[in-house]
Design a protein around this ligand. Structure first.
Ligand SMILES: C[S@@+](CC[C@H](N)C(=O)[O-])C[C@H]1O[C@@H](n2cnc3c(N)ncnc32)[C@H](O)[C@@H]1O
Length: 252
């Protein structure tokens, strides 16, 4: 995903993240119950690295990958700023099997509603197979997703933030627009903008269009089984409102 949408939005991504998940410790705390104390972890959609760095600070051996070079660079900077050891590199889900990580991890994380970027069911199944292949027998995959039934029920819409969001001394206004097609199979578009006003009134806007291929929880369970995993359970995701978390184990 070189020069993809996350490369553009990486600079202002924190303006889109809830306060509680901005700190590495807060982010890791939200997922701690799914990661045993001595687990070796792969965060395969690491984004800005808050979760990967937070888990490293809790003593985990953490490998972090993402398709976006700008996001991986942010993870590396965050790790350095916190004195944490995180082995971060650019890698798409599709490229994981070539990394030599078969049976290498106790936990693989794909959170923050990342999996719906995989293109349709074939893309999702390819991604899940690749993630499952990195798990040791008995290891656990953790996925979070928006609740797409709700997103589709709400329909196409524009959402303008009710408050300016301040991050690193910059106050920005987040704006979101959903384009929801007739069918589940068609790409669903999410336009994101963060607008910053200078004292002289000039407005600078970072904007990007993200495509998602949604799925139901039943479909995700089927896809996890297709990848050779056994779904364990579901919960409300701690990472953002309106999302759920699903875990699955590699048998053995
Ligand atoms: C919504 S962000 C979530 C990031 C982070 N997990 C979080 O919770 O903030 C989705 C991430 O998935 C990554 N991504 C999208 N498609 C990918 C792919 N095919 N392989 C690896 N990463 C991908 C993006 O670059 C982005 O960093």
């Amino acid at each position: 995903m070189a020069d993809g949408p996350y490369d553009t939005i990486a600079a202002v991504y924190d303006h889109l993240v809830p306060d509680a998940l901005l700190s590495p410790r807060g982010s890791a705390g939200a997922f701690a119950q799914y990661v045993a104390p001595d687990a070796r972890v792969l965060d395969c959609a690491c984004g800005t690295g808050t979760l990967a760095v937070g888990l490293a600070l809790r003593g985990h051996d953490v490998v972090a990958t993402d398709a976006s070079a700008a996001m991986v660079a942010r993870t590396e900077r965050l790790a350095a700023a916190n004195g944490a050891r995180v082995a971060a590199s650019v890698c798409s889900w599709e490229a994981l099997p070539a990394r030599g990580w078969e049976d290498a991890f106790d936990v693989v994380l794909c959170v923050g509603n990342s999996l719906p970027h995989a293109v349709g069911r074939p893309g999702r199944r390819t991604a899940l197979h690749a993630m499952a292949g990195c798990l040791r027998a008995g290891g656990r995959l953790v996925v979070t997703s928006r609740t797409w039934e709700q997103v589709r029920a709400d329909g196409s819409r524009l959402q303008v933030g009710e408050r300016l969001v301040e991050r690193a001394g910059r106050r920005g206004l987040p704006i979101y627009a959903w384009t929801i097609p007739e069918t589940w199979e068609a790409p669903h578009f999410f336009d994101v903008a963060v607008a910053f006003a200078a004292p002289d009134g000039e407005v600078t806007t970072y904007r990007e269009r993200f495509a998602f291929w949604p799925f139901t929880q039943d479909e995700l369970r089927e896809d996890l089984r297709d990848a050779g995993l056994e779904p364990e359970g579901e919960a409300v995701a701690a990472d953002k409102a309106g999302r759920y978390l699903m875990t699955a184990r590699r048998p053995g």
